[in-house]
Design a protein around this ligand. Structure first.
Ligand code: SF4
Length: 290
């Protein structure tokens, strides 16, 4: 298993921290282009609840000072997480991302997006940025199962992911895939099948974010859960599932995340995720036992 912290040290020779930034993009799964209302688990902030706001320079200032309050960090990943960060005018986005990636303190650029928002102009932009520094693209797949994808209103099918994945990898972009464990209606085997599929990708996947489903206030999923709650995994069950997911993944796949990180104030379930230290300790204990 390769942890993100080890990979970053290997790659950049020092500890590198993520700056959560916003690009000002919306999401086609919210504005009616693909769907209205978005993925049912997604909060109003488009899964970017901790990102800095304002113009790019002040976002950098705010995000860096937040990290420097706790560390002596000097190098960073410029991370555009919320909404769909390749959904917009490619000229504006290129200008924004170029300003971010060329800052001397930035080691790499990380862009979270959907696989159906990677058209030719955006790919061209990514290639130009990749020629400057390392570019990561994070794809929110969540599951390979179409019935679950429909239930969470993901708004695209698996072949769309496969096509985008191959095109990104062919251009030398680092690809990280998000998976949600514990989606309603999915068995443990269903979740493991998603991880097995990702483990078998050719060319191999660079990184993965594994996170437990978190039900957040104000989301469509919260309404669904309220009207017909389904059983949530216990912490022990979740930690054991993570252990098995990691045993399936190739040793070189970088594990970017092993737990959910939603905002505490609006978390409905599962409440054990509030104690992140305990969650990680339990996972690490399970990993040591293998
Ligand atoms: S999870 Fe991503 S793709 Fe889905 S609605 Fe939220 S921002 Fe859009």
């Amino acid at each position: 298993m390769k942890r993100l912290s080890d990979y970053l040290k290997e790659e950049f020779g020092e500890k590198v921290y993520k700056l959560s930034l916003t690009s000002g993009c919306g999401c086609p799964n919210r504005d009616g282009t693909v769907g209205y209302g978005g993925c049912t688990f997604c909060s109003d902030l488009g899964s970017g609840d901790f990102a800095a706001r304002g113009d790019l320079d002040s976002q950098f200032e705010e995000a860096i000072s937040r990290i420097r309050a706790k560390t002596d960090a000097s190098r960073f990943i410029a991370y555009f997480q919320s909404y769909t960060n390749t959904y917009g005018d490619p000229i504006r986005l290129y200008d924004l991302y170029k300003r971010a990636i060329t800052r001397p303190e930035v080691a790499a650029l990380s862009i979270g997006t959907r696989p159906d928002c990677l058209g030719p102009e955006i790919m061209e932009m990514l290639i130009k940025l990749r020629d400057i520094k390392s570019v990561w693209v994070e794809l929110g797949l969540q599951t390979i199962h179409e019935r679950s994808a429909e239930r969470i209103c993901r708004g695209y099918k698996l072949p769309v992911f496969e096509d985008a994945y191959r095109r990104l990898k062919a251009c030398g972009i680092t690809v990280i895939v998000h998976v949600i464990l514990g989606l309603p209606g999915e068995s443990r085997e269903d979740m493991l099948d998603t991880v097995r599929y990702l483990a078998g990708l050719d060319p191999p996947l660079d990184g993965i974010k594994l996170q437990n489903l978190q039900i957040l206030e104000g989301t469509a999923m919260a309404k669904e859960y309220d009207s017909a709650p389904w059983p949530m995994m216990s912490l022990e069950e979740y930690a054991d599932l993570i252990r098995e997911c990691i045993s399936i993944l190739p040793k070189d796949t970088v594990i970017h995340r092993m737990t959910g990180d939603g905002p505490r104030k609006i978390l409905i379930a599962p409440l054990w995720t509030l104690d992140k230290k305990r969650v990680l300790n339990t996972i690490n204990r399970k990993l040591r036992e293998t």
